[in-house]
Design a protein around this ligand. Structure first.
Ligand code: IMP
Length: 195
């Protein structure tokens, strides 16, 4: 069985490869290095709209079953921002470092730093069937970036019950608790039934 990972983010590819079954269990995970596909503009207003758009466009272009996902960071003190606009928080063509810097700037002097990561994953089956699943990770935003693993806002996100950031905790622990894990586990149970 073949499933194409519909993302250009190497951090997400690695997490999906760690969490989904491998070829030893009969699932051949393909990436953009195996099957090329065009970039999809994420112009939806919700995670769900963006994830469905990515999975469907890549699925139709390539003819493969595709898993795509859209995620973001929601901060209580910012009324849920940056949300679906997390990648572009500091402007178009922003970088992780600039987004983190803007976040820390906006939260300067703010005591309530509660936040959550939200992920919506979509499995597009070449039969045209769609499966949509959601995952969440609660935590808070630290005062300075710490740690160097992961990507995006990992250096400032401290999961609930922890003192370290996701970037300090590293991939093994992140993959045990993350919003993407919740989505991938829900999707995984469907894969062998539907692919
Ligand atoms: P997208 O889903 O690739 O559009 O990602 C949206 C934004 O949220 C990007 O800036 C990511 O860096 C950020 N993001 C999504 N998931 C994570 C995560 O697990 N850790 C840190 N940042 C994330």
């Amino acid at each position: 069985m073949e499933l194409l990972l519909g993302t250009t983010n190497p951090g997400k590819v690695e997490e999906a490869q760690n969490l989904l079954p491998g070829s030893d269990q009969g699932l051949n995970l393909l990436t953009r290095e195996d099957i090329s596909f065009s970039s999809v503009e994420e112009d939806g207003l919700t995670y769900r709209a963006n994830a469905i758009k990515k999975a469907c466009e890549i699925g139709k272009e390539t003819g493969f079953s595709v898993f795509s996902e859209d995620a973001g960071l929601e901060v209580d003190a910012l009324d849920g921002r940056p949300g679906p606009f997390s990648a572009r928080f500091a402007g178009e063509d922003s970088t992780d470092e600039r987004n983190v810097a803007k976040l820390l700037e906006e939260l300067d002097g703010v005591e309530d730093r509660a936040a959550r990561f939200v992920s919506v994953g979509v499995l597009y089956l070449s039969s045209g069937r769609l499966l949509v699943r959601r995952g969440k990770l609660r935590g808070r935003i630290g005062k300075i970036p710490r740690g160097d693993s992961g990507f995006g806002y990992d250096p400032v996100f401290i999961p609930r019950g922890c003192e370290k950031t996701l970037a300090q905790l590293g991939p093994k622990i992140k993959n045990r608790i993350s919003h993407r894990r919740e989505v991938l586990l829900k999707i995984k149970t469907q894969i062998f039934q539907d692919l």
